[in-house]
Design a protein around this ligand. Structure first.
Ligand code: 5GP
Length: 193
């Protein structure tokens, strides 16, 4: 999406060759008009695929999943990183996810009530780097014997391994901005599509 690439060019900060800071518009302060455009783009792409639910991971996927689900007119579910006491044990699906930005591993959980074998799931997240967050969500969907329709990502760092790992699982990935490289001195280059 041109609108996202333009915004990255204007307000994104390349911290180093691996981390792009977008917290003035995407994942700390949030531009709701931009997020609605991203939701519309995901909805336009996946609208004929009988998606029943959007799934994301708290916290920075929630607003993008919300916008997508609103446009598809279906619910969204966010996996929790710190299960509430009401949410432990046999009532949840769990996966371990290594955090790209924090370097720690955390468990993510989704209540069995909210994904079932009837569901066709669109996974949404803000970034795709090594693919661990998306693969954790994929694991949850598979535990529920639900179908994965695809993965929608706002910013894909195409020089990292995430896309290949998802495609190796047979999963379609739609990324709205695909970064070929990043450099703190010269900025971001995009994959030509
Ligand atoms: P992965 O699990 O694919 O390695 O990384 C994806 C997760 O790490 C995303 O949910 C996102 O929150 C975070 N992340 C990965 N790369 C970046 C980045 O360059 N900038 C920011 N702000 N977050 C990132």
């Amino acid at each position: 999406a041109q609108i996202l690439r333009d915004r990255i060019d204007k307000d994104g900060k390349v911290l180093n060759d691996r981390v792009l800071k977008v917290d003035s518009f995407l994942n700390h302060q949030v531009d709701p008009h931009l997020i609605m455009s991203l939701g519309q783009a995901f909805a336009d792409h996946f609208k004929d695929r009988q998606v029943t639910k959007v799934l994301t991971l708290e916290a920075s996927g929630i607003h993008i999943a919300f916008a997508t689900a609103l446009r598809l007119d279906i619910p969204f579910v966010f996996a929790k990183k710190r299960p509430a006491s009401t949410q432990q044990g046999s009532g949840v699906y769990t996966a371990e996810v290594e955090s790209f930005t924090r370097g720690q591993t955390c468990s993510i959980t989704v209540s069995k009530d909210y994904i079932t074998s009837e569901d066709r799931i669109l996974i949404i997240d803000d970034f795709l780097a090594a693919g661990n967050a998306a693969l954790g969500l994929i694991s949850v969907v598979r535990q529920a014997n639900a179908e994965i329709v695809g993965v929608g990502i706002a910013v894909e760092k195409s020089f990292q391994t995430g896309r290949k790992r998802l495609e190796d699982e047979g999963i379609e990935v739609l990324s709205l901005a695909r970064l070929k490289s990043m450099d703190p001195a010269t900025g971001v280059e995009y994959v030509k599509e």
